[in-house]
Ligand binder design. Structure first.
Ligand SMILES: Nc1ncnc2c1ncn2[C@@H]1O[C@H](COP(=O)(O)OP(=O)(O)OP(=O)(O)O)[C@@H](O)[C@H]1O
Ligand SMILES: [Mg+2]
Length: 269
């Protein structure tokens, strides 16, 4: 509550709730002002997307998000000619729309996109701040207020995709991680509607499982999973079943690993 009073925007009704772990809000505001593109690094479910939603609302800009995958091409980002009632019309893609309107453009998991899509980003992410639509011959400079934010999860083992230095070095980068226990408990309370005592127990479970490095999980318990457990408990599911269902089972298919997590759950809640 004290934090909310210090920062009225954090609890404004039209600004998605985001509890900062450090100076990321100030850094993002300055990056926006200085026209510096930003890279958010960190594991799944630690608040990167929520942070971007919060910042877009805070900066009063529209947010345009693209979830990149291995098929994401330059055409998907820039736009294409489509047939409409016998005519061929040009339809802007999300990057072109954001550039024209001065939106916040969030490219989620940028490393997954195809090489030709990443090339599009290069001219947008350096001093030029422009894109070239080769299909229409247009060169567009980013409108006032445009910002580029990308996310990158370096921990993914399933993906061997790395970003080239020439791509990485166009961005200022912020490392995201799991919040400290007190912050994480207050996030769990506000996002799941559970009481504080239960939220603290959930966060303890999260911390203990994160310490079980011998489980060899690809990524450990995210804040997202703790919130899911809190939601099930708030809905009336027994705390142990809620934790096994929302925390242990999503994290592993290995029976021993699930059993080890179940043990942590049973002594903690
Ligand atoms: N600092 C925070 N403040 C408020 N909510 C948070 C915070 N961190 C995490 N959350 C909550 O956790 C959920 C998951 O976070 P989010 O979707 O932003 O993760 P992410 O880092 O984008 O994950 P992914 O890499 O899988 O996309 C959010 O919906 C939000 O409820
Ligand atoms: Mg996300």
């Amino acid at each position: 509550m004290i934090a909310a009073m210090e920062d009225p925007l954090r609890s404004a009704p039209d600004v998605p709730f985001y509890l900062p772990a450090g100076k990321e809000i100030e850094l993002c505001e300055h990056a926006h002002r200085c026209q510096l593109p930003l890279m958010l690094k960190g594991p799944t479910g630690c608040g990167k997307t929520r942070f971007v939603e919060h910042m877009a609302a805070r900066l009063g800009r529209e947010l345009i998000t693209v979830s990149c995958n291995e098929d994401t091409s330059a055409t998907d980002l820039l736009g294409r000619h489509l047939l409409q009632g016998g005519d061929t019309v040009w339809v802007d893609g999300p990057v072109t729309r954001a550039v024209r309107t001065g939106a916040i453009l969030y490219l989620d998991e940028i490393a997954e996109a195809r090489a030709d899509a990443i090339v599009v980003i290069h001219s947008l992410a350096d001093h030029r701040r422009e894109i070239f639509l080769d299909r229409t011959g247009e060169k567009l400079s980013a409108a006032e207020g445009f910002s580029l934010i990308v996310s990158f999860n370096p921990g993914y083992q399933r993906s061997l995709r790395e970003l080239k230095p020439s791509t990485r070095q166009r961005f200022a980068a912020i490392q995201f991680g799991y919040p400290d226990e007190a912050a994480e408990a207050s996030i769990v309370v506000s996002e799941s509607g559970t009481d504080e005592a239960t939220a603290k127990k959930l966060v303890r479970i999260g911390t203990k499982i994160r310490q079980l490095t011998e489980l060899s999980l690809m990524e450990s318990v995210s804040t997202r999973l703790l919130i899911a457990a809190g939601k099930l408990i708030s809905a009336g599911i027994s705390p142990r079943l809620a934790c096994v269902t929302a925390i242990a089972q999503p994290l592993s298919d290995d029976e021993e690993a699930v059993a080890a997590m179940r043990q942590v759950i049973e002594i903690s809640i």
